[in-house]
Design a binder for this molecule. Structure first.
Ligand code: FES
Length: 159
């Protein structure tokens, strides 16, 4: 019997919202320095509501399933609501994850937060970002954050 729920396996085999939004309003790219997996999340925002979300994940099955689920969960949510989506909520929506794979769901939460952070960096007219909910525990790095870079940082690096 698989250690994964039927829903995890279903999202792993048929991931939703795979891709990259070219004219995204926010881009988040995070990685787990321990396993080397990388997740990139792009969002489109209309009137404070996330109208679209897509992901590209180079990683394990749990990382792919949580990426898929988080893109489904954020669509139609306000930025503030999206900031309250925790890695645990994503894992629960998938019917749970084995404890040794919970860190994979942290990538999904942090990719989302990183994309929202980038949205506010690109859209100062949106005002100051709301206070985020509690931040997920670091994903195995020694006290570090999973975040590799945001789109804003990429732009800076690219000149
Ligand atoms: S093992 Fe790296 S995110 Fe799952």
């Amino acid at each position: 019997m698989s250690a994964y729920s039927t829903k995890v396996m279903e999202h792993f085999r048929n991931p939703r919202n795979v891709g990259y939004i070219e004219d995204a309003d926010g881009v988040g790219k995070v990685g787990n320095p321990v396993c080397g997996d990388i997740m990139e999340l792009t969002i489109k925002v209309r009137d404070g509501v996330i109208s679209d979300a897509k992901f590209r994940t180079f990683g394990c099955g749990a990382a792919i399933a949580t990426s898929s689920m988080v893109t489904e969960m954020v669509k139609g949510k306000t930025i503030e609501e999206a900031l309250h989506i925790s890695n645990r909520a994503v894992a629960e929506a998938l019917g749970g994850l084995p404890s040794i794979k919970m860190h994979c769901s942290v990538l999904a939460e942090q990719a989302l937060k990183s994309a929202i952070e980038d949205y506010y960096a690109k859209h100062p007219e949106a005002g100051p970002p709301p206070e985020p909910a509690e931040t997920a525990a670091p994903c195995g790095a020694q006290g570090g954050k999973c975040v590799l870079e945001t789109g804003a940082e990429e732009r800076k690096a690219g000149g």
